[in-house]
Write a protein that binds this ligand. Structure first.
Ligand SMILES: Nc1nc2c(ncn2[C@@H]2O[C@H](COP(=O)(O)OP(=O)(O)OP(=O)(O)O)[C@@H](O)[C@H]2O)c(=O)[nH]1
Ligand SMILES: [K+]
Ligand SMILES: [Mg+2]
Length: 443
């Protein structure tokens, strides 16, 4: 496993609870020096994994400088989060107490942890793989139910099992492939080679399926984006404000009110949804408005879903690909039921007509965009995973095209390597800083 010589032997500590006002603050310590440090600040080692009330001293042996009375938990390694000896102090959460106890820990030989250092140690000590560690980072950052569920499954190893299952199968294929290389003149049944091909194709198919479902996982993790577009005065800003329950955008009867793209987010069907209100689309000589229109079109292109609005009596001639049509101001004029064969939602942001139906539709749309995979397999959640699985698919494809058994074996090994990098089982030293740098301090 990767060596982290410059820091692995240090004993680290961090405040694991938030810095807002609270009743209790947890200081967490991990590393080989934990036992001695704990003895120095509280005198006697508590029973493992049992919360015990103890006085915390700057130096327990001389009993000078009482700092707090706290719950102490002693977690000897390796059966704990980081795999090293460690302990927790559940202090009264006053800033002066936290500062004084932190200083006592430094006096005793610990140093403050870097962001993600606890989890990085857990990885280095084989307590979890990289995909699980990323799941922990996502779990801590989760704001919506969708993000929480996805992260929990990942931290729990569901995605890792999928990837390591593929690795295991590749290992078997490779073993058969080696047999073909080592015993070219033996009478290995023709089914062996045929079987290898079939198994490679099957793996390739499953991986491609996983990549195809991956958009859903990334949307759950990062949220779904809806762009609101249409001509000036369609009521786009009114819709943004209504959907998010906030007065984000200026609404006025002056056409061309909105220039910049405005974003506001809310939670819909357990998913973070960002609505982008944009400048009304029209030909204009005004330089600033023209830039607004250019940006509007950019957002329409980027969005997961486009809400194309128009005011009563002004039905559009063109429809953006895949857009949902919304006719507003049904209170003052006619709105066609369909345009170019597409259904139209008739609403009024003034009277509230049609809004419950639109809201239900948007919830369904979000569910559709983030639905679990048809096979029930865990979803891919990050670009890093996508790149790794894509690389493995490319290698399997190359293996299938390769007639030379030795070269075919090499492609299979490269595919295994791509999967190994995902979970962190091979060659990931250069990735570690990127991955663990995203964590907060204390995790
Ligand atoms: N009668 C009626 N007026 C509405 C309705 N919805 C919005 N309005 C009015 O229409 C005008 C334009 O609304 P906005 O929300 O600013 O429209 P917009 O599409 O954002 O306009 P731009 O930013 O200029 O492109 C405002 O005066 C709103 O009060 C509606 O359902 N019925
Ligand atoms: K307007
Ligand atoms: Mg507007």
């Amino acid at each position: 496993m990767a060596a982290l010589g410059y820091q692995a032997e240090d004993t680290i500590f961090a405040l694991s609870t938030g810095i807002e006002r609270a009743a209790i603050a947890v200081l967490r310590v991990s590393g080989a020096g934990s036992r001695n440090i704990l003895l120095q600040v509280c005198g006697k080692l508590p029973v493992a994994r049992k919360a015990v009330l103890r006085k915390i001293w700057n130096n327990a042996s001389t009993q000078d400088d009482l700092l707090d009375e706290a719950l102490v938990l002693w977690f000897p390694g390796p059966q704990n989060y980081t795999g090293e000896d460690g302990f927790e102090l559940h202090l009264h959460a006053g800033p002066a107490i936290i500062r004084a106890v932190s200083e006592a820990l430094v006096n005793a030989g610990a140093r403050p942890a870097e962001p993600g250092e606890f989890t990085r140690r857990a990885f280095v000590n084989g307590r979890m793989d990289l995909v699980e560690a990323e799941g922990i980072a996502d779990l801590v950052a989760a704001e919506t139910d969708g993000q929480r569920k996805l992260a929990l499954a990942q931290a729990d190893g569901a995605l890792s099992q999928l990837y390591s299952g593929w690795s295991e199968r590749l290992k078997k294929i490779l073993a058969f492939q080696e047999a073909l290389i080592d015993f070219p003149d033996e009478d290995l049944p023709a089914e062996v080679e045929e079987g290898i091909n079939q198994e490679i194709q099957k793996l390739q198919f499953e991986m491609q399926q996983h990549i195809a479902d991956g958009e859903h996982g990334e949307r759950i993790r990062q949220g779904v984006v809806f762009a609101i577009t249409g001509p000036p005065n369609a009521g786009k800003s009114s819709l943004l404000n209504w959907l998010t329950g906030r007065d984000t955008a200026i609404v006025s009867s002056k056409a061309g009110t909105t220039r910049d793209a405005l974003e506001a987010a809310c939670i819909l069907a357990g998913i973070k949804v960002t609505f982008v209100d944009t400048a009304g689309l029209r030909e204009t000589d005004d330089e600033i408005e023209a830039e607004g229109v250019r940006r509007a079109l950019f957002h329409v292109k980027q969005a997961d879903c486009v809400l194309q609005m128009f005011p009563a009596n002004e039905p559009p001639d063109d429809i953006f690909p895949g857009a949902t049509l919304i006719g507003n101001k049904v209170d003052i004029g006619e709105i066609p039921k369909t345009i170019l064969g597409k259904d139209v939602f008739a609403i009024s942001l003034k009277t509230g007509d049609g809004l419950p139906e639109l809201y239900t539709f948007l919830q369904r749309k979000v569910e559709e965009l983030t639905a679990a995979s048809a096979s029930g397999a865990p979803l891919l959640t990050r670009a890093r995973h996508k790149a790794g699985v894509q690389e493995a698919v490319r290698c399997l494809h190359a293996a299938l095209l390769q007639d030379w058994p030795e070269l075919r074996g090499e492609e299979l090994r490269l595919a295994m390597r791509a999967l190994g990098r995902l979970t962190g089982h091979v060659g990931v030293e250069d990735l570690l800083d990127t991955i663990f740098g995203q964590f907060c301090i204390g995790k």
